[in-house]
Design a protein around this ligand. Structure first.
Ligand code: AMP
Ligand code: MG
Length: 428
């Protein structure tokens, strides 16, 4: 058994993830692209802003005209946002001003905008009671971006700000990556499907569902395989089927029990194992590896999944994770290890796992030696963010995780973290 520290295991996964080549692309309508991964760079089609923009309602002035206060200026016109170019004065001469609105272009000659609050308008004249510095309340043309400069980088996940940027440069469609197909295989003689009434010693399959949600949220397309029994022949068939996808996630059957057959079957398929355990809790028996599937090349590309053979990982092998079957272990090990691989397979830029910090509400005591990820609730208001563990019965207790919204992360060298200390937090 190759048991790695959490950090070594995570870095190893990240290293493999960087070698994965980008998947296929498709064109997508702007709003439908929200949450997808951008497959092209997006550039400014003109300077941003395209004209010197007033950020206030007020008067466009020459700042020298306000050297002595109060100053009285001739109002030669009004410029509203979207004003037609021919209605904008060519220049503002000394002693003159125009009334100007937020978002309107500042005419040449004027070098600042004084807010309407500091003015009194009578007839065609305005009295101004406050001086300005050159540039005040004006965003000069092109300071946000020059025409042709890159605004969005290929590989980002498109959030509302990125969609807004795309809209602002006229992209009504975007190139996005097609999510990788991720096979999900639950194993265990006791596991029955959600539709089946479980016998007294049977358990309904919940892991395939938590994993499907996590896969989608990471940018992949889950493919739920039938439940595999703890019997090597059928298990092997289903693992082979799973290896035809871009990634295979298995749950259960990776512990030390006599019927934990996943590793054995993978070894028969000549899999490479990178680790077969990580010093974490929950989730210690997690397995990461790679395996060739004899049918792989014949089966691709498939209808409805435009990834072509040339876009497979260079090795022609499929990565897999054997995740421990306890429902909380499955969810935690997915977040820690499977997510970066799915992100890479969906074309996303690599990102390190960083924890937030919040003040602990009550003491935590644990046995040292493992890095722990314990279900917790982040709460509080404004600057007072607090975190507290939820009561739980161990890594089988998915209901506790459903009550939680994060995990408190405890380093392996700590036995106690006291109330009031800052604790590391990983969001769920
Ligand atoms: P295993 O890792 O196979 O030893 O399973 C550990 C525990 O997780 C056992 O109590 C299993 O019944 C439970 N378990 C395994 N797979 C699933 C699943 N797909 N859904 C819900 N519970 C599961
Ligand atoms: Mg099992």
């Amino acid at each position: 058994m190759t048991l790695l520290s959490f950090e070594d295991a995570r870095r190893l996964v990240e290293e493999h993830a960087t070698k994965l080549s980008p998947p296929a692309k498709e064109s997508c309508e702007l709003l439908a692209a929200a949450g997808r991964v951008l497959a092209e760079d997006v550039f400014a089609d003109r300077d941003l802003p395209p004209f010197p923009r007033s950020t206030r309602d007020g008067y466009a002035v020459r700042s020298d005209d306000l050297a002595k206060l109060p100053a009285t200026l001739d109002v030669i016109g009004e410029i509203k946002a979207g004003e037609r170019s021919e209605k904008i004065p060519k220049t503002i001469d000394p002693g003159k001003t125009v009334s100007i609105m937020t978002g309107a272009p500042v005419p040449s000659g004027a070098n600042s905008v004084v807010m309407v609050e500091y003015s009194t308008h009578h007839d065609n004249r305005v009295e101004i009671t406050r001086s300005t510095t050159p540039g005040e309340n004006i965003v000069p043309r092109g300071v946000e971006a020059k025409q042709g400069s890159r605004l969005l980088e290929r590989g980002i996940r498109l959030n509302q700000a990125a969609i807004a940027v795309a809209a602002s440069v006229g992209k009504s469609r975007l190139q996005v990556y097609v999510g990788p197909r991720v096979a999900v295989l639950s194993t265990g003689d006791e596991i029955v499907d959600v539709e089946t009434a479980p016998g007294p010693t049977q358990i309904r399959n919940s892991n395939s569902y938590s994993l499907a949600v996590q896969v989608s949220r990471a940018g992949g397309e889950p493919l739920l395989l039938p439940i595999a029994p703890d019997e090597p022949h059928r298990l092997k068939e289903l693992i082979e089927e799973g290896l035809e996808s871009d990634l295979l996630l298995m749950t259960g059957g990776v512990s030390m029990g006599r019927y934990d057959l996943v590793e054995q079957v993978l070894a028969e398929l000549h899999a490479e194992f990178f680790f077969t355990g990580a010093k974490i809790q929950p989730g210690k028996p997690v397995v990461f590896g790679r395996c060739e599937n004899p049918h792989l090349w014949q089966h691709r590309p498939e209808v409805g999944h435009p990834a072509s053979a040339g876009e497979r990982p260079a090795s022609g092998k499929t990565y897999f994770f054997g995740l421990p079957g306890n429902p909380v272990s499955t969810m935690v090990t997915f977040e820690l290890f499977a997510r970066p691989v799915i992100e890479a397979l969906s074309g996303q830029l690599a990102r390190k796992l960083a924890f937030l910090h919040a003040k602990l509400k009550s003491d935590i005591r644990v046995k040292p030696g493992l890095r722990r990820f314990l279900p917790a609730i982040l709460s509080g208001e404004f600057d007072e963010t607090e975190v507290e563990l939820v009561a739980w019965q161990g890594s089988g207790d998915m209901a506790a995780t459903a009550r939680a919204n994060c995990y408190v992360v405890i380093p392996p060298d700590r036995e106690r973290i006291a109330a009031g200390e800052w604790a590391a937090v990983m969001m769920q």
